[in-house]
Design a protein around this ligand. Structure first.
Ligand code: B12
Length: 214
């Protein structure tokens, strides 16, 4: 297991989609848990890439290639995650999207897949979603929970704007709001009046279940 996690992580750091593909394919043949492979393998690599990018050791092109390697791995592992979908009664409806101005979608898609695997009825709106579209969709679909993903300090303020827009539309009490993304913290979630936060897909699912049960 450790060896395969290391290979997944390295493939992302090196931005090598082929290596990500072969490590993920091998891992599947060994029946390893797809979520562990994503979180402890691929995502760990991407976190390291983020760190190196921040201190100027890596550049945008490498970031793009790493993102692609991560996506290649996730796309291969996702069907297995969904296949293992628990035979549970529907857990609730979850609407999710990345806020306006932000095109990061890898983490959000993992959260969406994990929630689906846990029995939630998930609608993924995609990326760069304007506040008013979140409000319109919430009115239309009446989800139990709305999840807002934001990866940058410049875009996480949009999470606050969406909550405010829901309030102004008279919809705030009809839906629970969860927030997440690399720069989001529990303190930030509390400060903007969100109902929940999830550090990763596992925590997000746990919190979503809690919100559903009261
Ligand atoms: C890959 C990546 C990219 C890729 C994105 C590819 C894609 N399709 O998503 C590309 C190359 C396109 C990109 C572009 C940019 N990026 Co970028 N990117 C990253 C990087 C390295 C990894 C993000 C990622 O996918 N992580 C892996 C996933 C699994 O983790 P995650 O997203 O955090 O998601 C987990 C949790 O946060 C949580 N979660 C996520 N969403 C939600 C939602 C809910 C509701 C819940 C409960 C939980 C939850 O669960 C997820 C699963 O575990 C981060 C570094 C980092 N440390 O995050 C920088 C980073 C986010 N990027 C950054 C920047 C600056 C940019 C650019 C502005 C660069 C540029 N100069 O153009 C552009 C912005 C484009 C835009 N308008 O959005 C900065 C932001 C800095 C800041 N503090 O604001 C970071 C932090 C890098 C850095 N350290 O400087 N980026």
């Amino acid at each position: 297991m450790d060896d395969i996690l290391e290979r997944l992580s390295t493939s992302v750091i090196e931005g090598n989609s082929e290596a990500a593909r072969s490590a993920a394919t091998e891992a599947l043949a060994l029946h390893l848990d797809p979520l562990v492979l994503i979180e402890k393998g691929l995502a760990r690599g991407l976190k390291e890439v983020g760190r190196r990018f921040e201190c100027g050791e890596m550049f945008l092109m490498q970031l793009i290639l790493s993102g692609e390697a991560m996506k290649t791995g996730v796309e291969l592992l996702k069907p297995e995650m969904l296949r293992q979908k628990k035979q549970l009664a529907a857990s609730g409806k979850f609407l999710i999207g990345t806020v306006e101005g932000d095109i990061h979608d890898i983490g959000k898609s993992i959260v969406a897949a994990m929630l689906t695997a846990e029995g939630f009825d998930v609608v993924d709106m995609g990326v760069d979603i304007p506040d008013k579209v979140f409000v319109e969709k919430t009115k239309e679909l009446q989800p139990n929970i709305l999840g807002l993903s934001a990866l940058m300090t410049t875009t996480r303020t949009k999470q606050m704007d969406v909550i405010e827009a829901l309030r102004q539309a008279g919809n705030r009490n009809a839906v629970k709001v969860m927030v997440g993304g690399a720069t989001v913290t529990p303190e930030w979630a509390q400060q903007i009046g969100a109902d929940g936060y999830g550090e990763d897909a596992i925590e997000a699912t746990k919190k979503a279940r809690q919100l559903m049960s009261g």
